[in-house]
Design a protein around this ligand. Structure first.
Ligand code: OGA
Ligand code: MN
Length: 209
């Protein structure tokens, strides 16, 4: 059942480097994730920052959402991790991306919150290869804001606008596409995740985040 969707995503990535698929995440995955995120208490979230463990910096000017890492402790989180692992296997076979590990978090953008234009990875750092975002907002309307704008390159000012509607999946090459999250007029819920290549060297284990 997933194979059709994975094939569509692989084709999109091959042709254009990104894939935007509305109503794509299976309800068996999105339903429990939605329930879980809605039941997360405010104290489970941390203020989002920029960078990884050792150089993690909070910067309200760049982003002011809050996040909660998905560890697989909940059934819904584990189902999501299993599903993304199937996607990883499929894309590796089809596109030889060499995807190795996966990390992801719930994100909550309160009304007015944003994430300014950024890259998820920088060329040469060989870490995050493929970004995956999915949305858990039923009945999101055209006037609610909160679009993800995916830019084709550094010069693109117009971008491709994605409405953060429940079940939409966005996948893109992390080094290729600058993107931003526009402020919304209501609470915006998403999951953002990244597939990475294995960058462990000399027995020094590269931490997943
Ligand atoms: C991110 C991100 C996009 C979104 O967390 O890096 O770009 O639409 N999220 O939530
Ligand atoms: Mn991003």
């Amino acid at each position: 059942m997933n194979e059709n969707l994975f094939e569509l995503i692989a084709d999109d990535i091959e042709k254009q480097g990104y894939s935007i698929r509305p109503a794509a995440l299976p309800e068996a995955i999105s339903g429990p994730l939605f329930d879980h995120q809605q039941s997360l208490h405010a104290d489970k979230y941390i203020d989002a920052g920029i960078g990884r463990r050792d150089d993690y910096l909070k910067n309200d000017f760049v982003r002011n959402d809050e996040i909660c890492w998905i560890t697989g402790q909940s059934d819904s989180g584990q189902a999501w991790i299993d599903w993304t692992s199937q996607l990883k296997r499929f894309l590796n076979q089809r596109l030889f991306l060499g995807l190795f590990s996966f990390e992801s978090h719930f994100a909550h953008y309160p009304p007015g919150a944003f994430y300014k234009r950024h890259y998820d990875a920088f060329r040469g750092e060989a870490n995050r290869v493929l970004s995956v975002v999915t949305y858990l907002n039923p009945n999101w309307g055209a006037t609610d804001g909160g679009e993800l704008i995916l830019y084709r390159d550094d010069l693109d000012q117009e971008g491709i606008s994605v409405v953060p509607l429940y079940g939409t999946i966005v996948v893109f090459l992390s080094e290729e596409f600058p993107h931003e999250v526009r402020p919304a007029t209501r609470d915006r819920y998403s999951i953002a995740g990244w597939f990475r290549v294995n960058t462990s060297i000399n027995n020094r284990i590269d931490p997943p985040r």
